[in-house]
Design a protein around this ligand. Structure first.
Ligand code: SPV
Ligand code: MG
Length: 434
């Protein structure tokens, strides 16, 4: 009997539809189909992480009748797998001749040439990943259980996870929907930061825990109602140890992905205030008890507890920060936010360099509010996995609103400001009602 030829198909297989089946069916008509299933990391290298993780996608694809075998494809580039398999054919929809995958295609063509392999490119089935499929999926991924685990998946798949401050549903929607194309990659924010500073300011109150957790959770629920991306909750110092389990239960039930808790005690003072007199750090062993309490209370191990170290804010220095990082990590913290109010990231980078050597190393979080010149690429280079832009949307909104109010007072009419603000027609249509 003649040996069947080998056909290679690279797939993400996140939302399977008839377009994929068409490709697999054609591939199968040429020989035995080996699917190179892109890993979460491979997908995250050029767009957002998939809705379903690798294991779930593999189960679906390996049970399809046109598929003989599934292997991981660890990069967007096919070459490594092609060299391993030396397939007679590669099958891919003809939509990759331009755009993000153009280079990938060229490399496939030149690699196949080495053993006279052929590229088959069936016509791409248009308009299949329709809005309705996407909306349905958004509904699925925004269930609390799915949303909670999404941050951990992002951290393990991306080189940096980008979080932006959100203080209401509208800012949540900006974070949810905004996408830009930069260097052939789709770039977007990965999630929301529920900031104590901006949530309090929005309510006209100081950032000193005047806004209690019930009120903070109401704001949080409003944002979660209309979005699907993960949310990181700023819990100040978490409050009383004995009350923490109730806070965790509420946050997890709502679908929060992580809590960030700072190691300060006494009346809460925002860390960016110049004058920190009166602000005190908790004893590390006592703070560690709070971390342990959260780890014990949480329903899902994917709900992350991130310990925020305030040693640099209070002038305690690197040694103190490192000692605390060891203790907090051993207590179960899934990440460390090393906070700073310096103009440069020098001190947080020196912390990262030392902490990287530790056996208790956990992912690091940066909040570049005062050292805002830092680029994400430098945070990545220094071992940071999460960046939180903690207050920019509120800071953008406030002067814009004040300016509009001023113009109306100055001109005794609204006409002049009309041209500088969003037209009524657009604001009416801003929120879809279908
Ligand atoms: C917040 O956004 O509320 C924070 C970050 O906790 S900071 O304002 O730097 O304290
Ligand atoms: Mg805060």
């Amino acid at each position: 009997m003649k040996k069947r030829k080998t056909v290679y198909v690279g797939l993400s297989a996140d939302i399977m539809h008839e377009g994929h089946i068409n490709i697999l069916k054609i591939a199968n008509s040429y020989g035995d189909v080996i699917v190179g299933l892109l890993t979460d990391q491979a997908i995250a290298s050029y767009k957002n992480i998939p809705y379903l993780d690798y294991k779930k996608r593999k189960v679906v694809i390996e049970n399809m009748k046109y598929v003989k075998k599934v292997i991981p494809q660890k990069t967007l580039d096919y070459v490594e797998n092609l060299k391993l398999i030396r397939p007679d054919y590669v099958v891919h929809g003809d939509d990759w001749k331009s755009g993000v995958q153009k280079k990938t295609r060229e490399r496939v063509v030149s690699t196949l040439k080495k053993w006279s392999g052929k590229l088959i490119e069936p016509k791409y089935t248009k308009n299949i990943s329709s809005t309705s499929i996407k909306n349905k999926i958004t509904e699925i991924i925004s269930t609390p259980e799915n949303r909670v685990s999404r941050l951990k998946r992002l951290i393990s798949s991306k080189n940096i996870v980008r979080i932006l401050e959100s203080h209401n549903s509208l800012t949540g929607l900006i974070i949810e929907n905004l996408k830009i194309i930069k260097n052939n990659k789709k770039i977007e924010f990965d999630g929301m930061w529920s900031s104590s500073l901006t949530d309090s300011a929005t309510k006209g109150k100081p950032d000193n825990s005047s806004v209690d957790f019930s009120s903070r959770i109401t704001s949080l629920n409003e944002m979660l109602d209309v979005t699907s991306k993960p949310l990181v909750f700023d819990a100040d110092n978490g409050g009383q140890l004995e009350h923490l389990p109730f806070l965790i239960r509420s946050l997890e039930r709502a679908g929060t992905s992580a809590i960030i808790m700072e190691d300060k005690i006494g009346l809460k003072k925002n860390s960016l205030f110049k004058n920190q007199t009166g602000a005190k750090q908790d004893k590390p062993e006592i703070f560690a008890k709070k971390i342990k309490k959260i780890c014990k209370t949480r329903q899902s191990k994917d709900f992350m507890v991130i310990a925020r170290i305030e040693s640099f804010i209070l002038g305690k220095g690197l040694k103190d920060a490192l000692k605390r990082a060891e203790i907090y990590s051993k207590a179960g913290a899934d990440g460390i936010l090393i906070h700073s109010k310096e103009k440069t990231p020098k001190e947080i980078f020196s912390f990262a360099k030392e902490f990287k050597k530790s056996r208790n190393y956990v992912p690091l979080v940066s909040v570049p509010s005062t050292y805002s010149k830092v680029y994400e690429r430098d945070l990545i280079k220094n071992g940071f996995k999460l960046v939180i832009y903690a207050n920019q949307l509120l800071r953008a909104a406030y002067p814009a609103m004040e300016n509009a109010a001023k113009s109306i007072l100055n001109k005794s009419r609204a006409f002049e400001i009309d041209k500088k603000i969003i037209p009524i027609k657009e604001i009416i249509n801003l929120i879809k009602n279908d």
